[in-house]
Design a protein around this ligand. Structure first.
Ligand code: FAD
Length: 439
């Protein structure tokens, strides 16, 4: 069987590229031996920024790719992957319009999705927001198009000159180009220990399919790596890792206290940088405290609703009840809440330097224990703005492309540089550019 392109990995990046490539008339082999398992796309919140999309404009929101780029550079100074950042910013509205107009994707602009580090409301997803639901739509869409052939057995890849031969089960496939889209290495303990030693052994709440196997192909073919210590941490993860609260609670006015009832971090630094800060507390946990008025704003937040369903959110009619339910010292918790109130009303400045406390919390209180997790890795194969994989000299390796977690991400060293939404922004934005560059 002959194809224009073989894509290894049917996650966010691989499926997006498959849809955009088939729309250009290309014959696509989309290969994923773990298609029956949850990948990171299905686990994710499904939230992606598309500054300047038609949906955002229709909602009266004057945003632009440049404004998102400015936010990214301010959030991650000196840590931005300038090889791709501008291209991704400008591609995201096009990628979103492509999904809407050519594929009839059920996408919405989310006017209630505030996010740390973003100066504008610019997140998009299905409604209610859910990575699983968006992933499900992509899977069905890929299965519908006759130019996409989905294969679900492991591929053995041989590089020819030119092109590639792949053995997929009993099928023998020839493809002129290959796209490496098998995700990052968050589930590969040896790679995590080597590249992100501070998170070795930490809870991983991403998919076990993140084994670095497609990255290994690029490395074997001489690819240059970028940003390998970068990762998205998740400091709002419920212990055990099955659920999380989502990123918005601090921006809406919530705070974090450790087991002693004491605040320890400016909570709105973003969910990623929060992860190591939470892990550094006694027992590696903290209590995220908010109230019913904040919860009322989370109706569309799929991750939060799952945490509620899983019984992870405590309700307390007053602070004494919250202290009793969490076994945190009541007088300390009272002092912490009182201090937060003075920051919210502008009577005092937060010594931890958090600038914005959206409201004074009021009973009934809500709270949930959280820990820090490694969600997904950001380092990977360095590409140009069209997704072509670059070698040690910065030259494109012929016909080899990479996107998603397998490729170098948008920004980051450690957990600090991950701006919320960077994962899918790169998968769709770089994916759009890559699909236009395929021949
Ligand atoms: C808890 C969590 C929450 C997140 N929330 C968000 C969010 O709200 N917004 C956001 O922007 N990002 C979010 N992300 C990140 C986002 O999920 C990833 O950036 C995105 O899924 C990357 O796409 P991908 O295609 O590279 O990886 P995936 O979506 O994981 O897909 C990779 C695919 O490759 C397959 N594969 C693996 N090895 C091979 C191989 N050798 N051959 C063929 N196929 C292979 C896997 O089975 C998988 O299906 C979140 C991640 C996690 C873990």
């Amino acid at each position: 069987m002959k194809f224009d392109v073989a894509i290894l990995g049917a996650g966010a990046a691989g499926m997006f590229v498959a849809l955009a490539a088939q729309a250009r008339g290309l014959q696509v082999a989309l290969i994923d031996p773990h298609a029956h398992r949850l990948n990171n796309f299905a686990i994710s919140g499904g939230l992606f920024p598309a500054a300047g999309s038609s949906l955002q404009r229709a909602a009266g929101n004057a945003d632009s790719p440049q404004a998102w780029l400015d936010d990214l550079r301010q959030f991650a100074p000196g840590m931005v992957n300038e090889n791709i950042a501008s291209a991704v910013a400008h591609a995201l509205p096009l990628a979103t319009d492509f999904l809407l107009q050519q594929c009839a994707a059920p996408l919405h602009f989310l006017p209630d999705m505030v996010a740390p580090g973003h100066s504008q409301l610019r997140f998009h997803c299905v409604v209610p927001a859910s990575g699983a639901a968006l992933h499900g739509w992509f899977r069905e869409a890929c299965a519908q198009y006759p130019r996409i052939r989905c294969l679900t057995e492991p591929a053995q890849v041989q590089r020819l000159d030119p092109g590639f031969e792949l053995r997929v089960g009993s099928d023998r496939i020839q493809a002129r180009q290959i796209v490496l889209a098998g995700g990052g290495f968050g589930a590969n303990a040896e790679m995590v220990a080597r590249f992100i030693p501070g998170m070795a052994g930490a809870l991983h709440n991403g998919s076990p399919t993140q084994d670095g196997s497609t990255m290994a192909l690029g490395i074997a073919w001489g690819a240059q790596l970028w940003g390998m210590d970068g990762y998205q941490g998740q400091g709002h993860t419920n212990p055990g890792g099955a659920t999380r609260l989502g990123m918005s609670i601090p921006t809406l006015g919530g705070f974090l206290a450790n087991r002693q009832g004491v605040r320890f971090v400016a909570e709105d630094i973003g969910p990623s940088a929060l992860a190591p800060a939470v892990l550094a507390q006694a027992g590696g946990v903290a209590l995220e405290v908010f109230d019913a008025a904040i919860e009322a704003q989370l109706g569309n937040h799929g991750a939060y609703q799952q945490a509620v369903k899983a019984g992870q959110v405590i309700t307390a009619p007053d602070l004494a009840s919250l202290a009793a339910q969490t076994q945190i010292d009541l007088p300390t918790l009272e002092r912490t809440l009182e201090a937060v109130g003075t920051f919210a009303t502008g009577q005092a400045h937060d010594p931890l330097r958090r600038q914005v406390f959206a409201r004074v919390l009021a009973p009934p209180f809500k709270a949930s224990w959280v820990t820090g997790a490694l969600s997904h890795t950001q380092g990977g194969l360095l590409t140009c703005a069209d997704g072509k994989v670059l070698d040690q000299q910065g030259q494109a390796i012929p016909n080899v492309f990479a996107v998603g977690g397998c490729a170098a991400g948008l920004s980051g060293r450690g957990a600090d540089g991950y701006l919320p939404g960077n994962g899918l922004a790169q998968a769709f934005g770089l994916g759009w550019r890559l699909a236009q560059a395929l021949t």
